[in-house]
Design a binder for this molecule. Structure first.
Ligand SMILES: [Zn+2]
Length: 178
């Protein structure tokens, strides 16, 4: 299958004004509907405040969803291009480099790719290890190797809202309630 055809096209369904939680002035909420094959409909909602620049986004499933854990292996070039629906409640673990990214106050929901999430983790690492310890730079080096298709990696996603998905037949989805 062509990679580009796999990308679901968003349909803008709603736009409305809402109060900015940061500065109290008026911002804009936009909602986009994605039809995801074999999963259902997902709503991406983004808030932008033109006054203070605050941004927030999240994804919601329009289907019924239970807490899930997703296991995904990047083993060969191309695996990193799988679409990743990430809710703001998702925790991401990468055991090979001993990293866990927990949802925080400012965590965003997004529709991205596995590659996009790994790039984000590299950014966080670069920011977090400013006085670059050898342990830290070896983690960055490893993940950059993954993006160049040189190293395998495992992505473990836990999501109590059950919205997160990695769209690939290789992804193993486990319901956490079982
Ligand atoms: Zn604002």
């Amino acid at each position: 299958m062509n990679e580009v055809e796999q990308q679901p096209r968003p349909l803008k369904v709603l736009e409305y004004k809402a109060r900015c939680p940061l500065c109290g002035k008026e911002g804009v909420v936009e909602e986009f509907l994605y039809k995801i094959p074999f999963f259902g409909e997902v709503l991406l909602s983004t808030f932008k405040c033109p006054h203070c620049g605050y941004k927030h986004s999240d994804v919601m499933s329009l289907e019924e969803s239970e807490p899930v854990q997703i296991l995904y292996r990047v083993e060969k070039p191309g695996d990193e291009r799988a679409l990743f629906i990430k809710s703001s409640a998702a925790t991401i673990k990468i055991p090979e480099v001993d990293i866990e990214v927990s949802p925080g106050l400012f965590s965003q929901g997004e529709i991205t790719t596995v590659e996009g999430v790994i790039m984000r983790v590299i950014d966080v690492l670069k920011y977090a290890c400013e006085n670059s310890s050898p342990a830290c730079s070896s983690k960055i080096e490893y993940l950059e190797g993954v993006l160049r298709g040189l190293k395998p990696v495992t992505i473990v996603v836990s999501d109590p809202t059950g919205v997160s998905r990695i769209l690939s037949e290789k992804a193993i989805v486990k319901k956490l309630s079982e």
